[in-house]
Design a protein around this ligand. Sequence first.
Ligand SMILES: [Zn+2]
Length: 406
Amino acid sequence: MTALSATDARSSTRTLRLQLSRGGKGDVVTAQLGGSVSDGGNVGRKNVNSESVTSVTSESGDEGGELKNEGVERAFPPGLLNLGNTCYFNSVLQVLYHLKSFRDALSEWNPPEDADPYRVALALSLKRLFVQMADVERRNVSQSIPPNHFLSVLREQNSDFTGYDQEDAHEFLRFLLDKVSDAFRASRPSSNPHQAYQQVSKRPRKSSEENPFQKLFEGGGATYTRCFECDTVKRREESFLDVSLPVQSGCSLSWALSQQVQRETLTDKYDCELCLTKTEAERWWQLNTIPPVVTLHLKLFTYDRNIQGKVAASVRCPQSICFSRWCSNGSGESMYQLDAVIVHEGSTMTSGHYYAYVNENGWYCFDDSDVSVIDEASLRRKLFTPVKPKKTAYLLFYRKTDLESE
Ligand SMILES: [Zn+2]
């Protein structure tokens, strides 16, 4: 999520290759932050980034190499219009759009002609939306995009998202990644689209090696169970797309990760396959392989006698982290940077508001159609100190530091 790629003039709309023009390795930018104007249109209030671009090196093939754009005002990245409590997906889509590895993988993907249209529809709609967003960036205009097409496909494919209620951004992220991964695997038509969806949800996850979407987010962990009778440790491998962590007000991310891997004595008796005894046992979980993008889901929402609540938790999250402490086999030595945060503001999961902070050579706040910049110190003050506990980080995205420079 660092430098955006330069415009690829050879791209065509036929292949829906994504095009981006903002930024590049050769950019020299002087920042004079703070300006904001209204575009007066019907796309909602938009800010314009008053960074003054003093020199832009374009890699665009048809523009003849280096391009000097003296004094050109650079527009903020596009916002997404709220179509009625759609902030839960707007925030997630902004994070995925600004994750270059994801965007590039989607850009390069084209379904085979005989692919089941139902299986690939949501991924194609996402690709179409990303092309629109990239086009707005390429034209350097201040504009928000209404994600109407994406919303209608989403509602066709999952009845949980048909109403106008607030939905859970975490659930949506999992659903979307499953659908995009499945679209990548889709190679033959299915006679029954509804049957195809059933297959999506029940299919055991294949190796992520050949699937760039899974490869980006999928890590491996293992659950260990130790029988107190015979002392045997049973290990069960499992993959994950995100890790859900318990939280307490004022706790640190390290504390939450340590809680997650803590050993617990099972409350029920354990049926040991080895010593054939029903006995006591302890269980714990550990990370084995760390994906390039680690998604951490902070368990903010609680259920007490079917009443929803929210832990008023401001979790202290570091800007960079190494996960080796929570790994079983000495792996996970790489450093990870906090790259995006999805915030929930409100007191229950089914109410309130979501927005995203994304690190894109500096932090941006994507709040539906409003896009603004925020410095890191203010971001940390807002999110990671218990001043306003109702505005809490909900999903954290840590990216391997060398991911996009490889
Ligand atoms: Zn045993």
